[in-house]
Design a protein around this ligand. Structure first.
Ligand SMILES: [Mn+2]
Length: 394
């Protein structure tokens, strides 16, 4: 008898599932069809609303994700022009519904910030000189507007998806115009401060001076950098038979933390070294060359170097650096043709999420009140004005 009852109840359950469904009771089409799955819809970064920001100078936002699909300045394997599309595709399991960052303690997509996917800069692959001019002009367009937050007098913050690493030069040019000399935290296996004459070619041109290993040298020549820049994750082989590359790097104003250092001091030790080198409250720009990760964690990149950090370690470092005001960031050198099972794009899309989380957690920039540091602010999570940062978040 008991068995019989159980059978009937199972049959009822199955019948109900098969025959009944509930439709949203609403005339609002958004309530009926406005939801997307991670695998449906057009790929924008994290399903963010998309507007081609370059086409509307009156459009305001707080954080813009912008793709720069340029890879004509690489010295080895190309393919990073496909980076923005691949990173967007790999970000599809991110959306505001399930966006709470347990490491940061916030959902960046459900906080004070208006975050847009600004689309791509349609940068030419034909001519590096022209490309540099286009990118410089595009960042001026994007940053020459006010943030959306209240009566903000500050520009929005941009998270750039590369593209090869050369694209940082036009970014730094424009950030310099707003903030003055920029402090760059440069996560990379390579120095990227090489002079153009350090490349093994007898043939040179103005365009050849601009490449993904010289752009920080050029940034220094143009006076865009502060004195407190940091390379983290280095493990490149050096030119010649001595320390000449490091000596030249010293002259560009970078401190160096080599990849192997993590074996001695751990993740916390690396973070401590970075913090000790920077005056407290220094506004920073974070540039993540995905080749800072070990090729086992990021095979899809042009100039892979073995012996690198794990994604977990890099994420932890980025989270620990959120006490420094973050004025902008990039994730570059993702080359999808060399990727395996989207490992590299997944890493890049998550790193972008962490950097966006930091920007949201820190609150909006107020150039007027604190000369490029952050001002006090209110939002849903913190009603109490605490000045500079919302301290209780840290
Ligand atoms: Mn690089």
């Amino acid at each position: 008898m008991i068995l019989m009852l159980k059978l009937v109840s199972i049959l009822c359950l199955v019948a109900k599932c098969a025959l009944c469904f509930e439709q949203p009771d609403s005339d609002d089409l958004n309530t009926i069809w406005g939801q997307d799955w991670p695998f449906s819809g057009i790929n924008t970064y994290a399903h963010l609303p998309h507007t081609k920001c370059l086409l509307d100078k009156n459009l305001t936002f707080d954080i813009g994700v912008i793709g720069v699909p340029f890879d004509s300045a690489v010295s080895y394997r190309p393919g990073a022009r496909f980076g923005p599309q691949a990173i967007r595709a790999a970000s599809q399991r991110q959306f505001s519904f399930r966006g709470f960052n347990f490491r940061a303690g916030i959902n960046p997509y459900k906080s004070w910030a208006k975050i847009l996917d600004c689309g791509d800069v349609p940068v030419t692959p034909m001519d590096s000189n022209l490309a540099l001019n286009m990118m410089t002009s595009a960042y001026k367009n994007l940053l020459d507007r006010k943030s959306a937050y209240e009566d903000s007098s500050s520009p929005p913050r941009l998270v750039t998806l590369g593209g090869d690493h050369s694209i940082i030069l036009p970014i730094l040019r424009n950030l310099y115009d707003i903030y003055g000399p920029i402090t760059v935290i440069h996560f990379d296996s390579h120095l990227d401060t090489w002079s153009p004459i350090d490349y093994p070619s007898y043939w040179t041109s103005t365009a050849s001076e601009f490449n993904h290993g010289t752009m920080l040298w050029k940034a220094k020549q143009e006076g865009l950098l502060s004195k407190n820049n940091i390379h983290a994750g280095l493990r490149t082989r050096l030119s010649g038979n001595d320390w000449g590359d490091y000596e030249a790097d010293d002259r560009t104003g970078f401190h160096r933390i080599e990849s192997d250092r993590i074996l001695k001091v751990g993740v916390d030790g690396i973070v401590e070294e970075i913090k000790n080198m920077l005056p407290e409250g220094t506004p920073i720009y974070v540039s993540v060359d995905i080749d800072v990760l070990d090729p086992s964690a990021a095979p899809g990149t042009g100039t892979a170097e073995v012996g690198g950090w794990l994604t977990r370690e890099l994420i932890s470092m980025l989270r620990s650096l959120d006490t420094f005001p973050l004025i902008g960031a990039d994730i570059v050198e993702v080359s999808p043709p060399y990727d395996q099972s989207d490992i590299t794009s997944f890493a890049a899309s998550h790193i972008a999420y962490e950097l966006i989380s930091t920007m949201v957690k820190q609150g909006p920039i107020d150039l007027e009140s604190h000369n490029s540091n952050f001002h006090s602010f209110e939002n849903n999570q913190s009603k109490e004005k605490t000045g500079f940062f919302a301290k209780e978040w840290f």
